[in-house]
Write a protein that binds this ligand. Structure first.
Ligand code: IMP
Length: 438
């Protein structure tokens, strides 16, 4: 039996190190030039990238931005949950702008489908104010209920679109079950199985040929020496196991999720690149030790345009959290950091970095799992002088102001991870490479 060997890190992964929205889209876009395949392994349309390319604007929720480069194939892995209707809208949007998607997009037959009733359940649960459920502040895209059906073993998968008899049986029984919950628990209108079936039938006609066995696709691609970039969605601290549970998403956003979400053995994954914003943001509810609720937080939000790409919600903003960053580096075995949005801090006189959590007088370097303890965290800060200079035009690391370099060096030292690149603006060109990755 032939075992595949990783050839000089033929597969690299990009992971969010915070609570999502770290700017992974830009980094994946920059890196994807050197790859043949870009693959997503978890999450679904809770993610969102707005990309400007060739003077056109694209909003992508499922499809990796790699699709904008004509030689790259994109994969939606088995670990994902897919809203077929919104995926079709993305494909149409790309096709309308003359980007050929059908010959380069491959969807795992084992990926689960987000049904209209998953969205109804997600929104109904989030609207509860009677104390019967914890309100998470989800994106309302049906992510949790779709993964719940996967775990309950009643989920409907992309492969089911290829066999209408099975699909019909599954949809009818799931609708029967879900309607009981919608009507009796949430006092909502029931959903209609015929409507769902006709929607799925209409869309499946167009994407049938793109649904494949992606495990075999990856095995063969690795054997052929193809270079593969794995794109994580959300961030490490939204991971269902290691995040700030229950205020998390419903998938494994950390590096292990890449392996199970695509069917690629962990030993084949080479460099892991952690994307880290120069400060911290979070959308939705849940712990956020370095959150700034006053003027400074407001200023970061405004300069950084910190509003959700999927829901438009204002993001909560705070100082860089070294403890969260360090945990992320450890959990994901991060090889390099990509620091994004450093320019957002250009006009701050002084900047704080959180280097510990004080709990009951003791300083710790981990996030406790007990929510009551998390509430009592006092961040321990170091304060640094700001650089008070515009960074946008700078392209060489050595030309950065000394204060900015000190800030970055402290991040490297604290997380024990080397910086690969620094982003100083949204454009591709507004990037400083500290190291050559290839
Ligand atoms: P869900 O993934 O929609 O169930 O939402 C669960 C939590 O994850 C909520 O706090 C969301 O705001 C957060 N979340 C989900 N997707 C993203 C994302 O792409 N960026 C940032 N936060 C996200």
């Amino acid at each position: 039996m032939q075992n595949l060997q990783s050839k000089n890190s033929q597969i690299k992964a990009v992971i969010g190190t915070q609570w999502g929205d770290e700017g992974k889209g830009k980094v994946v876009d920059l890196l994807s030039d050197n790859f043949d395949i870009v693959a997503r392994y978890q999450g679904g349309p809770n993610a969102g990238h707005t990309v400007k390319f060739d003077g056109k604007t694209f909003i992508l929720h499922h499809i990796p931005t790699g699709i904008l480069r004509p030689d790259i194939s994109c994969v939606l892995g088995n670990g994902m949950v897919i809203n077929v209707e919104s995926l079709m809208e993305e494909i149409e949007q790309l096709s309308d702008k003359s980007i050929d998607v059908f010959s380069r997009l491959f969807i795992s037959e084992n990926a689960h489908i987000i049904m209209p009733y998953h969205i109804q359940l997600d929104c109904a649960s989030e609207a509860c104010d009677d104390g019967s459920v914890e309100v998470i502040g989800t994106t309302g895209r049906g992510i949790g209920p779709a993964y719940a059906d996967k775990a309950r073993r009643t989920g409907i998968r992309m492969g089911d679109l290829l066999n209408f008899n099975i699909l019909e049986k599954k949809v009818r029984s799931n609708v029967l079950y879900t309607n009981k919950i919608l009507e009796t628990v949430y006092s909502k209108k029931p959903c209609d199985a015929d409507e769902i079936l006709s929607l799925l039938e209409r869309h499946s006609r167009l994407i049938k040929k793109n649904i494949i066995n992606t495990q075999q696709y990856f095995y063969n691609s690795v054997k052929q020496g193809k270079k593969i970039l794995l794109e994580g969605a959300q961030g490490t601290h939204l991971d269902i196991d290691f995040g700030t549970y229950p205020f998390v998403t419903s998938s494994n956003t950390t590096i292990g999720g890449a392996s199970t979400g695509l069917g690629i053995g962990p030993k084949l994954i080479g460099d892991v690149i952690g994307i880290m914003k120069a400060y911290t943001t979070r959308v939705g509810n849940g712990p956020f030790p370095t959150e700034l609720t006053g003027e400074i937080g407001e200023k970061i939000r405004e300069i950084g345009s910190e509003f959700g790409a999927t829901t438009g919600r204002p993001r909560r903003c705070g100082w860089w959290d070294g403890v969260a960053g360090k945990i992320s580096a450890q959990l994901n075995n991060i090889d390099y950091l990509a620091i994004t949005k450093l320019d957002v801090l250009d006009s701050f006189k002084s900047i704080k970095l959180c280097v510990g959590y004080k709990i009951n007088g003791e300083i710790v370097q981990y996030l406790p799992s007990d929510p009551d303890v998390v509430d009592r965290i006092e961040p321990v800060y170091e304060e640094m002088e700001g650089w008070n200079t515009e960074l946008r035009e700078i392209r060489e690391y050595d030309k950065l102001p000394v204060q900015a370099k000190k800030y970055l060096e402290r991040i490297e030292e604290f997380t024990e991870v080397e910086i690969l690149m620094v982003s100083v603006g949204p454009r591709r060109s507004e990037t400083i490479w500290k190291k050559d990755l290839t």
